[in-house]
Write a protein that binds this ligand. Structure first.
Ligand code: IPM
Ligand code: MG
Length: 369
């Protein structure tokens, strides 16, 4: 029998623990009803880790992360920790774990479920059937470039500095990830840059073109980021795979999330480079944040986190059948009219976080019956 898979849960802050609790039920269901078994551990990150240990990414969490087969994270951050020094804020925990594990490829699919085509603030015909994959570079660019910081000048003024850097190998590996994904989809990659202003992205564009020759069956186009923001809300269905830098990806993926109706629906995967044994570090998390304004009320949407677990099954373990099953269960729940507050429309049934999780489990039961 195959060894149990080591799963690390990092609930984090705000609604993080509430949505992770629902996934935990799905994990247990998998253990009872399907062949995949997990050894589940929980760890601290973000504000919860600061409160318990004084640091947003304790060594214990980092070593547990390095020893696990996959990580599922809730969310980090909140006003409670806003006045701490920059280097000790909850977000440092998330950025730190991405960097330490080398999770350079962030996959953010924006998929519109038919039942939610009305929930978007955009017209239904613009978003119905939408299925795009945003591939965001996650360990480089202006998020990590040096020099950085805030300088006090002798004349009493201050200077803030951040640096946008990419090397060609960094562009190649994220480019290959995007082309690989496109080969399994509609075979189109659109690379987003600001090559009319930023030299770093002139190089990015040229290196993407070089990599393209390895994937003769995939079409490559380029777009400036300002135009891409406009095209995403004008006609998002023109895109298949979008590949872009860390910061552009951060911004465009929030925009893409709203096409799907709610930030509460979007899962993500952050993947690193496989070691010689084929083991690949991977962290899965909903795209939404910790939503401190609604934390503790039991009204958060757990679906983005449940869908992140389905990505985990697919990308870390190639268990497509079970991943498909979870996605089908989510689809069925939405078709049945259940809605958490963020995706609520008139005529639907409003449910709590726990009721939504319960409904997914019931659908899973039906699917294996
Ligand atoms: C995201 C978030 C993070 C980011 C924050 C919380 C540091 O916005 O995952 O998109 O900017 O990467
Ligand atoms: Mg973001």
């Amino acid at each position: 029998m195959a060894a149990n898979k080591k799963l690390l849960l990092l609930p984090g802050d705000g609604i993080g623990p509430e949505v992770i609790a629902e996934v935990r039920r799905v994990v247990d269901w998998m253990g009872q009803r399907r062949s995949v078994r997990f050894d589940v551990k929980e760890g601290l990150i973000g504000g919860a880790a600061i409160d318990a240990t004084g640091h947003p990414l304790p060594d214990e969490t980092l070593s547990a992360a390095k020893n696990s087969d996959a990580i599922l994270l809730g969310a980090v951050g909140g006003p409670k920790w806003g006045s701490l020094p920059f280097n000790l804020q909850p977000e440092r925990g998330l950025l730190g774990i991405r960097k330490e594990l080398g999770l350079f490829a962030n996959l953010r699919p924006a998929l519109v479920f038919d039942a939610l085509a009305n929930a978007s603030t955009l017209k239904e015909e613009v978003v119905r059937g939408l299925d795009i994959m945003i591939v965001r570079e996650l360990t480089g660019g202006i998020y990590f470039g040096e020099p950085r910081g805030i300088e006090d000048k002798p004349d009493g003024t201050r200077k803030g500095v951040n640096t946008l850097t990419y090397t060609s190998p960094e562009v190649h590996r994220i480019g290959r990830t995007a082309f690989d994904l496109a080969q399994k989809r509609k075979k189109r990659v659109c690379s987003i840059d600001k090559a009319n202003v930023l030299e770093t992205t002139v190089m990015w564009r040229e290196e993407m073109e070089l990599i393209k020759s390895e994937f003769p069956d995939v079409e490559l186009s380029h777009m400036y980021v300002d135009n891409a923001a406009m095209q995403l809300v004008r006609n998002p269905k023109q895109f298949d795979v979008v590949v872009t830098t860390n910061m552009f990806g951060d911004i465009l993926s929030d925009c893409a999330a709203m096409l799907t109706g709610s930030l509460g629906m979007l899962p993500s995967a952050s993947l690193g480079e496989a070691d010689p044994s084929g083991r690949c570090p991977a962290l899965y998390e909903p795209v939404h944040g910790s939503a401190p304004d609604i934390a503790g009320q039991g009204i958060a949407n757990p679906l983005a986190t449940i869908l992140s677990f389905s990505m985990l099954l697919r990308y870390s373990f190639d268990i497509d059948e079970d991943a498909d099953m979870i996605e089908q269960a989510v689809k069925n729940v939405l078709d049945s009219g259940m809605r958490t507050e963020d995706i609520m429309e008139t005529g639907r049934t409003k449910v709590s976080t726990g009721e939504m999780g319960e409904a997914v489990l019931k659908e899973l039961d039906k699917l294996v019956a």
